[in-house]
Design a protein around this ligand. Structure first.
Ligand code: ATP
Ligand code: MG
Length: 419
């Protein structure tokens, strides 16, 4: 037997309901906020991710799925959604469209070569948004609150936005200098990854999972003390809007995010209960330099991505959505004449928005009753040739247990008014 690749899983049965529920909530919230759907390829030119996510990020340095295709091109399975959206924005000249800013949402699978464990897979699903073409703190607040309201709908009152700012380049440079100076004498007390990060991207050390509780990092200088006036003001505005919109947030100066392209506001969505390595269910930030660095016109942008797999695990634990099967009508038929009637009736009902089903396994009546029970059918339609000859249909309402014969012509109306 061929089995699934390591770090992947199949979404079916109960999981499929959770997956669809989460996606449906997100898609309807995104649409209410006037975001448009975008779908980009699952694989891209390898260089795209090296230039966007960054050579020194965990993702590019050790997690990408890279391969040569049959035409000897270097291809990478997308590890995240932003790079493809930005590539598409530039390639399709969306910056030239009349409607600005461009507010886009996506949902789909991403690929990272990680050590698989609960809440961490090699094929993962994310939903997210990107807004390109606005530098306004209003948009920062909109993107954060869109994600927050989506997560609140899915998980209830169990999410906090951990938020920080990386400031503009002046603030960030001043901070980097101070951080390097502080860390230098302690270097050999940090993990080997951090010693490398020190050379390539020292801010990233604050994001280290190994050294997280290390007092050296806990006592490190904070970006919040190095912001220039403009950066501080901008950050305060975002926080003001978040309070106005009643979004629960906590300023956390150690949030720097693992990707190279962020500036100004960065944030993570963290569970209030059950905190562990996978309690971060989403993250994002502003990335004002990315479009230009990929060859597009200078365009400010902000976005977030949430991990659907982790949300599924949490929902499953809480069991708050109804995942039981249920249909409106189960149609029972045994002989050929009844079966022909059943498929016609089912077609009419389905196209009248009535969810229904019937036996296709040649089962007897008793087995069909059982199947109707398993599907939690609200109504049973019990076809028989004698009734049919008189133009009648027997219906049983499983809620009221009432059984009656109804004129064939009235059956759709009867079901519709009794759902
Ligand atoms: P982590 O710190 O857990 O590795 P990350 O910083 O790499 O997360 P992002 O790149 O910001 O994660 O992705 C956004 C969200 O996607 C995460 O908050 C998480 O919920 C989810 N996610 C990331 N990696 C995985 C994975 N391997 N499996 C399942 N979900 C993931
Ligand atoms: Mg990661």
């Amino acid at each position: 037997m061929i089995t699934k690749p390591k770090g992947t899983y199949d979404i079916y049965n109960e999981d499929a309901k959770y997956y669809q529920y989460i996606n449906n909530v997100f898609e309807s919230v995104a649409s209410l906020y006037n975001y448009e759907y975008i779908r980009t390829p699952i694989f891209e030119d390898t260089s795209l991710f090296h230039r966007t996510v960054g050579e020194t990020s965990d993702i590019v340095s050790k997690e990408t799925y890279d391969f040569k295709d049959r035409g000897d091109r270097s291809i990478t399975l997308r590890p995240e959604g932003t790079a493809g959206v930005v590539r598409s924005y530039i390639e399709n000249k969306m910056y030239g469209e009349i409607n600005q800013p461009k507010k886009l949402y996506y949902s789909g699978t991403m690929y990272r070569y990680e050590r698989p464990q609960a809440g961490r897979y090699r094929e993962l699903s994310q939903f997210g948004v990107e807004v390109l073409g606005s530098d306004s703190p209003l948009i920062d607040a909109e993107v954060i609150s869109l994600a927050y309201r989506t997560l609140e709908t899915i998980l209830g009152d169990n999410v906090t936005v951990m938020i920080n700012t990386l400031g503009d380049s002046e603030s960030r440079n001043n901070y980097r200098e101070a951080l390097v100076k502080y860390l230098e004498p302690h270097l050999n007390e940090l993990c080997s990854d951090c010693q490398n990060r020190f050379k390539t991207n020292p801010l990233r050390i604050l994001d280290c999972k190994v050294d997280k509780e290390n007092p050296i990092l806990k006592n490190a200088p904070k970006i919040t003390d190095y912001l220039n006036e403009a950066s501080q003001k901008r950050f305060d505005q975002v926080l003001d809007y978040l309070r106005l919109l009643d979004v629960d947030y906590e300023v956390n100066p150690s949030i720097v995010r693992g990707l190279d392209y962020y500036n100004h506001v960065v944030f993570e969505f963290s569970l209030n209960e059950g905190v562990n390595a996978t309690s971060i269910v989403g993250a994002g930030g502003r990335y004002n330099n990315l479009v230009e660095s990929l060859g597009g016109p200078s365009t400010p942008a902000v976005g977030f991505a949430c991990g659907i797999d982790r949300l599924m695990l949490i929902l499953k634990e809480k069991k708050e959505i109804d995942i039981n099967p249920n249909i409106d009508v189960y149609i029972m038929a045994v002989n050929e004449e009844e079966r022909t009637k059943a498929i016609l009736l089912a077609q009419d009902m389905r196209w009248s928005d009535i969810k229904c089903d019937y036996d296709t396994l040649d089962k007897g009546l008793k087995a069909q009753f059982k199947q109707a029970d398993r599907l939690n059918a609200r109504h049973l339609i019990i076809l028989n040739s004698e009734d049919l000859a008189k133009g009648l249909i027997t219906v049983k309402d499983n809620l009221t247990h009432e059984e009656q014969k109804i004129d064939e012509a009235e059956i759709l109306d009867y079901i519709i008014s009794n759902l």
